[in-house]
Design a protein around this ligand. Structure first.
Ligand code: CDP
Ligand code: CDP
Length: 221
C-alpha cells in the first residue's frame, strides 16, 4: 500500500483553505481537520460563559471543561451540543484571534492536533500547521488571495447562507484578524520556507484543488 502522508494548508482568512482542503481530503480518502473550528469553539464557549477574554487562566479552564467533538460530516459539538453554525458568528470571528494568541491555549490545541495527525492520512488547515503543528508534513501549501477577493468570497457565501453581511465591514474584519494572526508572538501566521505558495486570487476552487493534487502526485512520485 502507498504510504499515507500529511498535507498542511495554511494561509489568511477566507483564502479558500477549508473548501479546498475538504475536496483534496475526499479525493485522497483522507481525514480533513479544521483547526480554525477548534479555536472558534473555545471562543464561543468563553463568550457564552461570559469569561474575561483577557484572563488566559480562565480561558484555559474553559478549554479543559470543554468536551469538543468534530465528526466526519464536519459538525462541531461542545459537550454534546451542536454548535456548527454558532461558531461562525460575527461575534466569534471578532474575538477568536485574541483567544488564539495565548501560549497555553495554543499548546493544548497543538497537542490535540498532533494526536490527530499522528497516523497521517490527514489534510489539516489553519495558520501554523506547516510551521508548528506538523513541521514534518510531506506537503505544505500556503494559500493566499487578495484581501478584496477574500472579502468578496466570504460576502457571497454569507449572502447565500442568508447571513447578514456588509462587504466593507467584512473586509475590515478579515484584515484586522490577519494582522492579529501575523503579529502574535506564539506561532504567528507566516509562510514557512518549505511551503509552496499558491495565489488563488484568479483561480476557481476546482483549479486550486487540481493544482494541489498535482503537487501531491509529484511528491508521491
Ligand atoms: O475560516 P476563517 O479563515 O474565517 O478562519 P478559521 O480558519 O476558522 O480560523 C479562525 C481563527 O482561528 C483565525 O483567525 C486564527 O486566529 C485562529 N487559528 C489559529 O490561530 N491557528 C490555527 N491553526 C487555526 C486558526
Ligand atoms: O478556509 P478559509 O477561510 O481559507 O476559506 P473558505 O471558507 O474555504 O472559503 C471562503 C469562500 O471562498 C467559500 O465560499 C469558497 O467557496 C470560496 N472560494 C472561491 O470562491 N474560490 C476559491 N478558489 C476558493 C474558495
Amino acid at each position: 500500500m502507498v504510504k499515507e502522508i500529511a498535507v498542511a494548508i495554511d494561509g489568511p482568512a477566507a483564502a479558500g483553505k477549508s473548501t479546498v482542503a475538504k475536496q483534496v481530503a475526499k479525493e485522497l480518502g483522507y481525514t480533513y481537520i479544521d483547526t480554525g473550528a477548534m479555536y472558534r469553539s473555545i471562543t464561543f464557549a468563553a463568550l457564552e460563559s461570559k469569561a474575561d477574554l483577557n484572563n488566559e487562566e480562565k480561558l484555559l479552564d474553559v478549554l479543559h471543561q470543554m468536551d469538543l467533538e468534530m465528526n466526519e460530516k464536519l459538525q462541531v459539538f461542545i459537550n454534546g451540543r451542536d454548535v456548527t453554525n454558532e461558531i461562525r458568528s460575527e461575534e466569534v470571528s471578532r474575538n477568536v484571534s485574541k483567544v488564539a494568541s495565548y501560549a497555553s491555549i495554543r499548546k493544548e490545541m497543538v497537542r490535540r492536533q498532533q494526536l490527530m495527525a499522528k497516523k497521517r492520512g490527514v489534510v489539516m488547515d489553519g495558520r501554523d500547521i506547516g510551521t508548528h503543528v506538523i513541521p514534518d508534513a510531506e506537503v505544505k501549501i500556503f494559500m493566499i488571495a487578495s484581501a478584496d477577493e477574500r472579502a468578496k468570497r466570504r460576502h457571497k457565501e454569507n449572502k447565500e447562507k442568508g447571513f447578514p453581511s456588509d462587504f466593507n465591514q467584512l473586509k475590515k474584519e478579515i484584515e484586522e484578524r490577519d494582522r492579529l494572526d501575523m503579529e502574535r508572538e506564539v506561532s504567528p501566521l507566516k509562510k514557512g520556507d518549505d511551503a509552496i505558495e499558491l495565489d488563488t486570487t484568479s483561480l476557481s476552487i476546482r483549479e486550486v484543488v487540481e493544482e494541489i493534487m498535482q503537487i501531491i502526485k509529484r511528491y508521491k512520485g
